[in-house]
Write a protein that binds this ligand. Sequence first.
Ligand code: NAD
Length: 351
Amino acid sequence: MKKNAAIIGFGGMGGWHANFMRHSDVINLVGVYDIKPERNAAAEEQGIRAYASLEELLADPAVELVTIATPNDVHKELAIRAMEAGKHVVCEKPVTMTSADLQDMIDASNRCGRIFTVHQNRRWDGEFLVMRDVYRSGDLGPIHHIESRCHGSRGIPGDWRQEPEYGGGMVFDWGIHLIDQIMGIVHDRTLRRVWCHCDHITNELVDDGFKLEMFFDGDLTALVEVGTSNFINMPRFYMTGRDGSAIIPEWGQPCREVWCFNYNEKDVVPVRTAAGITKTMAPRDEKSLSEKFIEQPHADVHDYYRNVVRAIDGEEEQLVTHHQMMVDIKIIEAAFESDRTGLPVDVELKF
Ligand code: NAD
């Protein structure tokens, strides 16, 4: 059954949720609240009710679900207040900044008997869905390495994302999506260790990019890299296994999967460089390789709220679980610790 929802925080993402809810078959948007009067005025100009205060929103019995789209530092307080007021909660990512805070939010969900989940909308990205299918297909043989990158060249957006007290920085902004995706792909193995280096190319206070290495059981490694000073992009995704490799060069492009049917092919044309020749590194050709292109599947991100509503009605488990939320935040904590100490950090985490 359709649920009445209100949005707290009517900035960029609050606006996205509002627009999204207007086209939803499961959510009815009843109003928004923002601490900035001009954002409330902007909502009313769009024909959306703006509550005069947070208290008024939380006291409205018509509101069943609250979506929190404020900067990251206030997610915890707002989510707990909303659950204590009897509302179910969808929180924007990152759900909060520490595992201790997240535990308090999960405790509130259990105590209040309200659904509490986080908007990991990039689980519906086609790039992720293709790579997850490739991983599960076994086409490439046992997988030993995955790389997931997002590269931009415009620095950190010039708002609260530049400041640590609001939960700024790229680990929280994009890292949370890419970490969640890697854990969703490598769903069958335990993460044992992370090593992370944060970049400070344009900002000393928060990371404006990072390189996170993840070490899983069975000698599988993953590299998650976010950059905001990259003027040539590296591929969005790369995966390689014993029998083949797969790549998505850019957003929206199909996955190119290449696999080897004649591993011991002897007819190798060496690569000649100024300083020598190499057969070891010589590329293969059609004598030993096959390839195919896999289009990204169509995914409907409305399925996110459809699941939330079914979870509220007790018909389904919520897709983004408390356990998964905790795993993602603990990986971020370990990444920051590794960046601080310069050392790898041992963990034991699995979706
Ligand atoms: P924004 O700065 O554009 O908007 C935040 C809004 O929250 C502002 O209008 C601000 O006035 C308001 N606000 C701040 N504190 C408040 C409070 N205590 N009560 C009510 N309103 C308050 O930021 P944004 O880009 O919309 O990001 C908001 C959240 O959404 C962040 O957690 C961010 O990480 C997340 N986000 C998620 C995605 C995604 O794809 N899932 C994309 C962008 C942003």
